[in-house]
Design a protein around this ligand. Structure first.
Ligand SMILES: [Zn+2]
Ligand SMILES: [Zn+2]
Length: 112
């Protein structure tokens, strides 16, 4: 996805509002590891060392086309608030499964 499109989407008022709704709904906790995340303006009370970055992840990944589709880009059912660590894992796993590795039925990483 081109950086310009993504940048203007993530700067939009609509996105910021939906994103904050997600965090409020999740009580400012990562949806996967349940650790508290830092969200600008919402969790300023958190001490600096406890501030792990929160990212609102699109379950259906955003691309150049669906970024304009509110039913995907701004749909709360397509969004999940997770911390930076869990987010990196999500996208890393995705890359791994697309390359020479896959998961077996028990969830173990194996070569294809
Ligand atoms: Zn997490
Ligand atoms: Zn993501």
């Amino acid at each position: 996805m081109s950086y310009g499109v993504r940048k203007s989407f993530y700067n939009s008022k609509a996105w910021k509002q939906v994103k904050n709704n997600i965090w409020i709904k999740q009580h400012l906790l990562c949806n996967r590891c349940h650790k508290p995340v830092y969200v600008n303006g919402l969790s300023d009370y958190l001490p600096k060392e406890k501030r792990r970055t929160g990212i609102v992840h699109h379950k259906i990944y955003l691309d150049n086309e669906n970024v304009y589709d509110d039913a995907i880009a701004l749909n709360e059912n397509n969004l999940e608030g997770i911390c930076k660590e869990c987010h990196e894992l999500e996208h890393h796993q995705d890359q791994v499964t697309r390359s020479e590795y896959t998961f077996d039925e028990q969830g173990n990483l194996i070569l294809r």
